[in-house]
Design a protein around this ligand. Structure first.
Ligand code: SF4
Ligand code: SF4
Ligand code: SF4
Length: 246
């Protein structure tokens, strides 16, 4: 049965427990950083930071809203990044869970092609191994009936992991509750992905790639609209999806 994760950003306090838990479980090395006037650190996803809590500030009347977005691979159902791969087994989908896994053979792939095939700007290149890397849904833990490390690390209950069918129900119920106070609340691209974000504001306020963005992939065909590109990437599922989210 496919698995899914609901990330309820309305419950996220940006403690970064998930980001640290991920890095520790993966045994990634520390990366030199510096103060850049924001709590978002490091500034972007990287080969040793496949989970990143993004921070963004917005003026809302006389007050400022601080929005948090724990970013990582969405484990797409129709895997756009796989369409950019030359080798059959460099990017594989685990049948049991739906997790999208990058193997050591990604070192033989063209990084820019894979990266630009992802509508969420997720893949990163490990400069040492030349492997392309991203979140693997903690497949090693999940296969042993353990929670993904980021989910286990979240003391606020902002992340829920389980069977996709159960997660879709939980997400729909939670959306109804959140929409009472936040009418713009929505579930980002839920028909197409296994990591579903609940946001209270327009997704673009959280992160440029909170919902699928095909602009990179469209560079190869400037005549193609974002909707046409996404229709190609998510073809079998588009008919289920609502209008493009802003
Ligand atoms: S989010 Fe990007 S990297 Fe992850 S499965 Fe989808 S296309 Fe691939
Ligand atoms: S599922 Fe595992 S690899 Fe993916 S972001 Fe969470 S902790 Fe990191
Ligand atoms: S651990 Fe939970 S509350 Fe903390 S940043 Fe991650 S999602 Fe947000």
């Amino acid at each position: 049965m496919p698995k899914a994760i609901l990330i309820d950003t309305t419950r996220c306090t940006a403690c970064r427990g998930c980001q640290v838990g991920c890095k520790e479980w993966k045994n990634y090395p520390a990366v030199a950083t510096k103060q850049r006037g924001t709590h978002q650190n490091p500034p972007d996803l990287g080969p040793y930071n496949v989970k990143l809590v993004r921070f963004s500030e917005h003026q809302d009347g006389d007050s400022v809203k601080w929005l948090f977005f724990p970013d990582a691979c969405r484990h797409c159902l129709e895997v756009p990044c796989k369409s950019g791969a030359e080798l059959e087994d460099s990017i594989i989908v685990d049948k049991e869970t739906g997790a999208v896994i990058y193997t050591e053979k990604t070192a033989k792939e063209n990084f820019e092609t894979i990266k630009s095939s992802c509508p969420y700007d997720i893949p990163r290149l490990d400069p040492k191994t030349r492997r392309i890397v991203k979140c693997d849904m903690c497949i090693d833990r999940v296969k042993k009936n353990l929670l993904p490390m980021c989910v286990k690390s979240c003391a606020m209950g902002a992340m829920t992991f389980g069977e996709r069918s159960d997660i879709l129900k939980i997400a729909a119920e939670r959306l109804v509750a959140v929409q009472k106070e936040n009418p713009k609340a929505q579930l980002c691209d839920m028909e197409n992905v296994n990591v579903i974000y609940l946001v209270a504001e327009a997704p673009s306020k959280y992160h440029k790639f909170a919902v699928a963005d095909a602009s990179d992939a469209m560079k190869g065909d400037p005549g193609m609209t974002r909707q046409q590109m996404l229709a190609g990437k998510f073809a079998p599922l588009r008919k289920l999806a609502g209008p493009a989210q802003g």
